[in-house]
Write a protein that binds this ligand. Structure first.
Ligand SMILES: [Zn+2]
Length: 360
């Protein structure tokens, strides 16, 4: 991961007006998004199909390359990556060290040519179809990954709600927070707004919008470190709390007719929580709120590395953002959510000014 790298081609023109937010796209890691690189490989052309069985049997024992590829196409057989041959070494010289039986060695040296083959297995059908032009490869389609790519992972009601939150970020920033960044955290089960936070006029690193948002979620769970004006209202049953929502945002939303149908409040932390709840929305239902477990986070600006890590630590379920940031850690500079070594992974989506295709 190179944080000094220039912003990648992923940075697209961001929507700036609330009405510009018309679509949502998943930010998938490069292994889903990029065309699969090709590598050079030596292949041979068998004279008869009868040679095939013996050739494949010995090849798979002595040169077990290309697990992701079909080894044979018509009568062409993949032998090894061309990079394995020594400088100015012929294929025959290279193969001598593997003690092939004589008739197999002879077959492998017939009609030798260099072909280009995919370097790894494709993750999405669109990548798979491109690789077919070069050499047939194996492919295990993953329905969920495909749905993230084509947008069918959301129902139209879910999509409408997410876009509404995106539009709300733009409005809250403009109307309440002097065009500075704003974030909203939502419990998607209701859905209900758990916390809202914005960057202040003077912004220390721990006061980035996203850090404040996470802190306000903690406040809804009787934690939190920041002092700002809060509303201490509970619902009639005392099951939800508005401690994560500063008064200025709450008043603005309450005074806007088109926000009257929104639900506010976080489920209160349960007293008797089992130790070590693990990630996922199911645990939110089972154990009650724990940091941002099961919660969706909406941000006006793509978060920086520190804020993106804070969302990992707090176990956010999904992160949506509107605008790319020069130091953004989810799309512009790199994709923190695709780092396998991390112990928690959230999904990342960006609002776009392009409408999603109608998939119904
Ligand atoms: Zn930040």
């Amino acid at each position: 991961m190179d944080i000094t790298a220039p912003p990648s081609k992923r940075a697209r023109k961001s929507p700036f007006l609330d009405e510009d937010i018309t679509g949502i796209r998943a930010i998938l890691s490069d292994e889903f998004d990029e065309d699969i690189a090709l590598i050079k490989a030596h292949s041979c052309q068998l004279e008869t199909k009868q040679q095939l069985q013996a050739v494949i049997q010995e090849l798979s024992q002595k040169l077990p390359h290309f697990q992701h590829l079909k080894r044979v196409q018509d009568r062409s057989v993949l032998i090894c990556p061309s990079s394995e041959l020594g400088i100015s070494q012929s294929l025959e010289q290279h193969l001598e060290q593997f003690a092939f039986s004589e008739h197999v060695l002879r077959a492998l040296c017939q009609g030798v040519r260099v072909v280009e083959v995919p370097e790894r297995m494709p993750r999405l059908r669109v990548q798979y179809e491109k690789t077919l032009k070069h050499w047939p490869c194996k492919f295990h389609p993953n329905h969920y990954s495909e749905s993230l790519r084509n947008g069918s992972n959301f129902s139209s009601a879910q999509r409408t709600f997410h876009k509404r939150m995106g539009q709300l970020l733009v409005r809250l920033s403009r109307d309440v927070n002097a065009n500075r960044p704003v974030g909203i955290c939502v419990d998607p089960r209701q859905p209900s707004i758990v916390s809202i936070a914005g960057t202040g006029e003077v912004c220390k690193p721990h006061e980035h919008c996203c850090m404040m948002l996470v802190d306000f979620v903690a406040r809804s769970q009787e934690g939190g470190a920041t002092q700002t004006e809060v509303i201490f209202t509970e619902d009639a049953k005392g099951e939800t709390t508005l401690r994560g929502i500063p008064k200025a945002y709450y008043d603005y939303l309450m005074n806007n007719e088109d926000c009257k149908d929104l639900t506010f409040g976080a489920e209160k932390a349960r007293e008797c929580k089992e130790a070590n709840p693990v990630q996922g929305a199911d645990n939110l239902a089972k154990f009650g709120p724990y940091l941002c477990t099961g919660y969706d986070v909406y941000l006006l600006q793509e978060p920086c590395l520190m804020c993106s890590m804070a969302l990992v630590h707090s176990r956010a379920k999904r992160v949506f953002f509107v605008k790319n940031s020069d130091n953004g850690a989810l799309a512009t500079r790199f994709q923190l959510h695709s780092v396998r070594e991390l112990n928690h992974h959230y999904e990342v989506f960006q609002f776009t000014a392009e409408e999603n295709e109608d998939l119904t």
